[in-house]
Structure formats: C-alpha cells, structure tokens
Design a protein around this ligand. Structure first.
Ligand code: HEM
Ligand SMILES: [Ca+2]
Length: 777
C-alpha cells in the first residue's frame, strides 16, 4: 500500500541514482558555494522560493541543493534592493489603522458576549467535539489562559490592522506573503503589540530554562511557549491575511474535508511489520514535546460550538463565533448520515503576534516550548513545573497506587471523561497526556526515569540540594530523550540517507558536536506540525492487542481508552501495553486510516465521534498551508500536472474531490506519495521532517552534545559517552513494573526478534546503561 505516485520521467534528480549516497560523494558543502552561502537541501533555504536565488549545488549525499545565504532564519522578512516597497506611513495613517482595528475588536467582543449568553454557542459537555476542542486543545489553567489570551488578542488586532492597512494602501496578497509591507509600528498606538523579549542575564545559565527562552541571545524569545510557528513557505490565504484559501481555478470553496476523508481514506488492515507500534506512539509523545496549537475559546474558557445543536447543520454566520470554520458533512455520508449529522465542529487556532512589531499575515501560536526539552514531562512554564515537583530529593510528584508509582492525579475535573471512584486521570507536563492510554504509559515511564535518575544522583552526591538534584536529573533525562530521538526514532522514520543529507547523525563516543549555528531558527514549522508529522495518524492501529503471560487476552478498540486511562491502575496493565507496543506492528503509512480515528475518535459514550483525517485537512487550511504542489517545488521536485501521476485508483478518487492538482492539500498529497528510499514517508514529508530535526539540533544551544564553548550546560566527554548509550529499550527495562517485561529487543522501534534486533535480557549488558557514576562530584 505504498506506491501511489509515479515520478515524472524527466526529473533527473529523482530517477537517476545520483541521490543514493556513497561515502565518496560527501564533500564539505561550503566548498561548493560562494561564501557566505552554504549548500543546503532545498527545503532548508527559505530564500530559494524567491525566484532570484537559484544557484544550485551538490548537497551532501549527492542530491541537488541550493546555495543559501539566509542562514535558515525563517522569521527574517524579505529585504532586497530594487524591489518595490510600500512607503513608510505617517503617524496619522498609522493611528487611523490602529483605531480601525480597535473598533473591529470591540465589535467582536460585544458579539462574543452576546453569543456566550446563548446556549447553542457553547459546546455540550458530553460530545466528542467537546473532547476534541476542549480536552485536547485548550489552556492548562487560569494563569495559562490569561497569558494565552493576552498574546492571541494582540495578534488578532494586528491582523485587523493589517487588513485596514491593505485596503487603504492597495497592497497585494503577494506583497503580504513576501513580507514586503515592512512597517515599523513603534511610533504608533499599535506599539504595545510588540512582542515581549525576555530579558537574559549576560552570564549564560547552565540549565536550559523551563520556558525555553534565552537559548538564542539575539532572539531570546525563540523556542519559547506562546510564540508563532515558523514557516517554510508564506501562507496561502484568500485575503492574504487570515481567510482560508479557495480553489485555484474557480475561486470557490474547497471540497469539504469530510468528503475527502471518506473518498480517499478507507479503513484497511495493512500492517508494516518492519516497525513496532511504539514508533507511532512515541511519535505522538514527541509531538507533544514540541507542538501544540490551541483552539480558540470564549474569553472565560468555554468551548465554542459552530454547529447547530444535534449537528443538523452549521450555525448561520451572524450567530457564529469569528473563529468558527465548521466542517460540512455531505448528505450522503454513509456513517454520519445514520445519525443525521451534517456538521462537525471546528474552531480555528489561536494566533500569536510577530516579535518585531510589524504588520503581516496571521501566524498560529505554539503553546509549548518548541525545543526538544521534555516539556511534556516538566511543563513549558515555571508554574506548571512547580505543580509537578515534589521539592524533595529532586523528584517529581508521584501517585503511589499500592506500591506502584504512577503520574500524579489531575486536579482538573474536566481532564478526563470520568472522575468516578476507582478511576484515574493524570497530570503531566503536557495537557494532552490522557488522550490515549498508551500515551499515558510513555509519560509514566519517563516520569519514573526522572525519579530513578534523581535517586541515583542522590546516592552519589548525598549533599546535593533538591534544586541541584532536580536540575541535573532533568538535564540527563532531556539528553537521553534527544539521544533516543536522533539515534533511534528519526532514522526509522526518514531513513539513513536523509540522516546523511541533512547531517543529523549524532557524534560518537565522547566527541562533542560543533554544528550549532545561531542563525538557524529552532522554531517548529507550521508545515511540519500541521501536515508532515501528522503522517503518524495513518500508522495508528485501531485495535491494541493485549497479551497475558501466554496468549492474547484482549483487543482494545482505541476510542474506549481515549481520555479514559483508568485501566492503568490495574497491576499488569502498564507492562501489558508496553509489551504490546514493542511487539505489534504499526499500520502502513498510506491511504488507510483506522475508523477509531475517522469515525469514533473521542466518542466517549456517544454512538459517533469526530474524524481526525477531516480535522487535519481543515487545520491545514486554517493555518494557511499552501497546496501540495508548492511544497513539491520547495523540496526540489517537479510539480505534478495531473492526478494520473498517482496510482490509478487514487487518481480517480482524487479527481472526484479536487477540481485541480493545484488544490491538493499538503497533508493529503504528502501521505499518498511513494516512499523515499529507506523512509516511511515520501520525499515531501521526509524533507520537511528532516529539516525540522536539523533546526531542533543545530538551532539549540543546549543540545546535549554541543561543546563547552557553545553549551553552558555541556557534559564532560565521559558523561557524553554514557548518555549516548541511552535507548528506548533501556528506558522501558528500567521503568516498567518488571512483572511481564524482562526482555526487550535492542531497538524498540523496529521489528523485534530478527537478526540485528534480537531480544536481550533487561538485566544483562546487551541493552547498555547510562552509568551515573560519572556524575559524582
Ligand atoms: C494515537 C492516537 C492519536 C490520536 C487520537 C491523535 C489525535 C490528534 C488530535 C485530535 C489532534 C488535533 C487535531 C486538530 O484539531 O488539528 C492531533 C494533532 C496532532 N497529532 Fe495526533 N493523534 C494520535 C496519534 C498521533 C501520532 C502517532 C502522531 C505522530 C507520529 C501524531 C502527531 C500529531 C501532530 C504533530 C499533531 C499536531 C499538534 C499540534 O501542532 O497542535 N498524532 N492528533
Ligand atoms: Ca518542548
């Protein structure tokens, strides 16, 4: 179920074998371009989309790259002599614009108050949409909520100001896309919208901050929570600012995502035995470390409903919240039709302002730290971390359930479906932790890992304070996580070739890395979060098989354990689910999706749930992702000219739901591509993913293997050597309950029990350990 697209015969790059890496191809890439340009893969150079920068070069691995001078700073707005720039405006005009946006905001607020008073506009608590919009995609607590709204409202007001500016000055969408309306707002009443730059002390701090700030001293906010996503390409909005794009040819609304989902994505059982289910589950866990876009809500935190009660249709425009973008369900829908559902709730993501006081298109907010820093374990703000720490012996709080350490219980009565006696609902660093029971399992073992390391350090250094023990343990756990991601998970997803091309391999032994580059923006790109990394949704198996000591005992249908993790309290359950995750195969990354995600997701006690495939497509449009073809070009591939370039059955279906190849949504096109060599995904997703991990490694001063001149929290060479022994299997061995699990395959993401990935005893030496003795002071 993999090859859906035949590449254009004329494309030398993809049909010749020159991109297959042989060691002699590797040249230090700066040799090939004129300094200061460097040769990078197409995807990593934002400037190359601008027609005038097209010098190609041979990148690592022999593939064609582009000489890039932008330093891979995606936030840098376009500057170039000779292009027409909009005139700088006088104060009067700026104040006119500011006034205009303020009155638009006032209008919205009045309407919001009015809507909030009407029952129909607030989501009903028991529904699947409530779990989606409210449980999955909302703020953490009251302080968080006000933080978030503060930032989001500023961004919205800037969007209105941009609209007024656009109309008054006759600015085109293209000028907006290219950031050619640079406008310094410092002198106007809009100046209060300038992002707050965190203050960083001149002496570098040894430990990365909980909120990720002060990592890059020039851009101290980079990577922090409540900041915008980066973008590989400018957005595609109908008005150049925030209105969803229309079809390229007829300029009509695009086909409803639900019809695309039912037409293209049936539920078929197509396992890929090369990889374990843990690859998918860990992927979700990793996503929750680096990206969380939030649905807009009412100012008091209530969830917005965009559909009529009972789902009979969308609410009329005048009765809708401005952030509504409901998904229409066709009359003939075989599944939802049975329940007379014509409307699926969808609320647009919150926005975040640019840091530099400029007008421009809307940008979506990432609520958590962009860096790989285990924010899903520790939280993304000091307040969250404070709630999770025990403040004794450097440990995190645990819920002691008859001798087993589980995550602390959540105090939030809305976090799970039920809080009945004997039930359980957990608190972690990320608010989505209860979404899947297998996700809770991963949170649990990493939470335990922190406490295990803290205990180990305390034995070696009995005089260390709680604070030192906490910070040192966190630093080690983050380093282990980065090791697992770059040594095991990313190569399994994108393959060795891409690891080489994007220079993502970790150093070996006790060597430091020297590839930090302060010009690289580490932020998560919108394309990565909203499309490429969501490849994982296709790999999810809707049925989790649970094995007892001898035989399969149960099949869990995933909607049963969404936001309902009570079973984790059963003595055997954690080991059972970990064993299942490390032995069962993933589902192939392709056109097929579990109905557990496309029909029943978050159903709770209801007969139907929401459709994740439809949500992904709608989210892409909400975030202004450009059509698939534009990203083919970005990754150095030819645009497709006809759906016939896809597999025949797919081509036929695609032409039923898309008027033109230039309408195809990125997430859909990316999924249906044939796989790149050695990779689980096609070239487009592969490159977007590889580029992101390159940013997360080379743009993170505190990346664990950086040398002492870069990383204030560097490890000694001995410690580095130990950290590099970390593996997912060791984490499982050391932190499961040890009742059913005594053996693990060396690489937990790949097919176990085959040559090269044999099972080994947890007690033995085949699964290496990080020896903490090198941390004795
Ligand atoms: C295990 C079952 C899973 C469920 C029930 C689930 C559910 C969801 C939901 C409801 C959203 C938000 C959709 C929206 O409104 O836009 C989402 C987003 C996302 N999911 Fe999943 N997901 C699962 C597995 C995965 C896996 C395996 C991966 C990756 C390997 C993944 C990666 C992502 C990413 C990157 C996002 C975007 C997050 C953001 O930026 O806010 N998910 N998922
Ligand atoms: Ca993070």
């Amino acid at each position: 179920a993999s090859s859906h697209l035949t590449h254009d015969k004329n494309t030398e790059e993809y049909n010749d074998k020159s991109h297959i890496h042989t060691p002699k191809d590797i040249k230090p890439h700066t040799d090939i371009c004129n300094e200061p340009a460097v040769c990078v893969p197409h995807v990593s150079c934002p400037a190359h989309v601008r027609k005038d920068n097209k010098t190609s070069c041979k990148a690592i691995g022999g593939r064609k790259g582009v000489c890039c001078t932008s330093g891979r700073n995606l936030t840098e707005t376009f500057h170039e002599k000779g292009r027409h720039h909009v005139q700088n405006l006088d104060k009067v005009t700026l104040n006119f614009i500011a006034h205009h946006s303020q009155s638009e905001m006032a209008f919205l607020r009045t309407k919001e108050t009015h809507l909030l008073a009407r029952e129909n506009n607030v989501l009903r608590q028991g529904s699947a949409s409530y779990s989606h919009t409210f449980r999955n995609s909302r703020a953490f607590d009251a302080t968080d909520l006000s933080n978030v709204f503060d930032v989001a409202n500023k961004a919205l007001e800037i969007a209105f100001a941009t609209k007024a500016f656009k109309h008054r000055q006759g600015i085109t969408n293209q000028q907006l896309e290219l950031g050619m309306i640079q406008q310094d707002l410092k002198l106007s009443s809009l100046s209060e919208f300038c992002g707050r730059r965190p203050f960083c002390p001149p002496v570098l701090e040894k430990f990365r901050r909980i909120d990720g700030t002060c990592n890059n001293l020039k851009n101290s906010a980079w990577g922090g929570p409540f900041t915008p996503y980066a973008r590989l390409l400018p957005p595609s909005y109908e008005d150049g600012i925030w209105a969803p794009r229309l079809s390229a040819r007829s300029h009509e609304e695009l086909t409803t995502p639900r019809l695309i989902s039912t037409t293209l994505f049936p539920d078929e059982d197509i396992p890929n035995t090369g990889y374990t289910l843990l690859l998918a589950q860990f992927g979700q866990f990793l996503s929750h470390d680096i990206t969380h876009s939030m649905d807009t809500s009412f100012g008091n935190g209530s969830a917005i409903s965009c559909c009529q009660p009972e789902g009979a249709g969308a609410l009329p425009h005048e009765m809708r919240h401005y952030a509504c973008m409901p998904i229409q369900i066709p009359n003939k829908d075989k599944f939802y039709g049975v329940f007379n559902q014509r409307c699926m709730n969808f609320v647009r993501s919150l926005l975040a302002p640019r840091e530099d006081c400029t007008l421009g298109y809307a940008q979506q907010m990432n609520k958590i730290t962009h860096f790989i820093d285990c924010s899903s374990i520790y939280g993304s703000t000091p307040e969250q971390t404070g709630e999770l720490r025990s403040f004794e012996d450097g440990k995190l709080i645990v819920f002691n359930d008859f001798g087993r350490s589980l995550l602390p219980l959540s105090k939030d009565p809305e976090a799970c479906l039920t809080m009945e006696q004997g039930s359980a609902c957990f608190q972690a660093g990320d608010t989505r932790s209860n979404q899947m029971i297998s996700l809770v399992a991963l949170h649990t073992i990493f939470h335990r890992e922190h406490n295990r390391v803290a205990e180990g350090l305390q034995k070696l250094n009995p005089l260390w304070s709680d604070e030192s023990l906490f910070l040192e343990s966190r630093r080690i756990v983050i380093a282990e996580m980065q090791t697992i991601i770059f040594k095991e998970w990313v190569p399994a997803v994108i393959g060795d070739l891409a690891m080489e091309e994007f220079q993502l391999k970790l150093e070996e032994g006790s060597e430091y890395a020297y590839d930090y580059d302060m010009h690289i923006e580490p932020s998560i790109t919108n394309e990565f979060a909203t499309a490429a990394l969501r490849f994982g949704h296709s790999a999810v198996d809707g049925l989790i098989k649970l094995y007892g000591p001898k035989k399969m005992e149960e099949m869990i249908s995933i909607p049963e354990i969404m936001f309902h993790p009570a079973r984790l309290r059963k003595r055997l359950f954690l080991d059972e689910i970990l064993s299942s995750l490390t032995t069962e195969p993933i589902q192939e990354v392709d056109h097929s999706f579990s109905e557990g995600l496309t029909r029943y997701m978050f159903r709770g006690g209801n007969p139907f749930g929401v459709d994740l495939a439809a949500l992904n497509i709608q989210r892409g449009r909400d975030h202004g992702l450009r059509p698939y073809n534009d990203y083919r070009e970005l990754t150095g591939q030819p645009r497709i000219k006809s759906f016939k370039e896809f597999r025949p059955d797919m081509a036929e279906k695609l032409s039923k739901v898309y008027e033109s190849v230039d309408d195809l949504d990125l997430w859909v096109g990316g999924l249906l591509e044939p796989k790149a060599p050695g990779s689980l995904v096609g070239y487009t997703f592969r490159d977007i993913i590889a580029d992101q991990f390159s940013r997360l490694k080379k743009g993170d001063k505190y990346f664990f293997e950086n040398d002492p001149s870069i990383n204030p929290g560097y490890f000694t060479p001995d410690q580095l050597r130990e950290i590099r022994k970390a593996s997912m299997s060791r984490i499982i061995c050391d932190n499961s309950d040890g009742i059913l699990l005594g053996r693990q395959a060396i690489n937990a993401f790949r097919q176990p029990g085959v040559p090269g990935n044999e099972f080994a005893d947890c007690d033995g030496a085949s699964i290496p350990r990080v020896d903490l003795r090198y941390w004795k002071h």
